[in-house]
Design a protein around this ligand. Structure first.
Ligand SMILES: [Mg+2]
Length: 179
């Protein structure tokens, strides 16, 4: 879809609504509220075989609101990683933006801070050889600001006009990317 994906490419993934079920009007605050969406473990396994790096970039203002702690979040991410690895996939790192939207944090998508953190940790990351997959306007804006390819996820297939493509699920998106 964007040319041949190889190990020089990086995959940036939003979390809620892409990897796990989004809780409408609430935050995933503990591992029992965290449910992988269908096909995600397989999708990340396939992605791991094709991309050089896979990172998650997630806005988590539930921390800023005091509804959960960074400790809760790291437990959730460890739990997620366990499930992904049990299926043969891998995620290199989870980045999160804990600030409230009103705080205008440079980390919070659509600001690009989490991508810059990832590039510091993994200097080989090239944003022009990166794909951002998300289910929000802020994900698409984040990817576009960085010069990434963008994939919007919408289960109903309703197209996002700023994204390069819209797909119904992460698995569908990954299969198209590597086809
Ligand atoms: Mg999302």
């Amino acid at each position: 879809m964007f040319g041949k994906i190889d190990k020089s490419w990086t995959l940036f993934l939003d979390r809620d609504g892409v990897i796990n079920e989004r809780l409408i009007g609430d935050y995933v605050k503990s591992t029992d509220e965290f449910r992988l969406l269908e096909g995600v473990a397989e999708a990340i396994k396939i992605a791991s075989e094709n991309f050089g790096r896979i990172v998650v970039v997630t806005n988590q203002q539930g921390i800023g609101k005091g509804l959960m702690t960074e400790r809760n979040l790291s437990e959730i991410h460890a739990y997620c990683l366990d499930m992904i690895q049990a299926s043969g996939g891998h995620i290199d790192r989870f980045y999160f933006a804990p600030a409230l939207a009103a705080e205008k944090s440079p980390l919070r998508k659509p600001e690009t801070g989490m991508a810059l953190q990832a590039q510091q940790d993994f200097p080989e990351i090239d944003f022009e050889r990166s794909v951002m997959i998300g289910d929000s306007d802020s994900d698409i804006a984040f990817g576009r600001r960085l010069g990434m390819k963008t994939v919007y996820i919408d289960a109903t297939g309703k197209e996002h006009h700023e994204a390069d493509t819209t797909q119904r699920s992460l698995l569908e998106a990954i299969k198209k990317l590597i086809a």
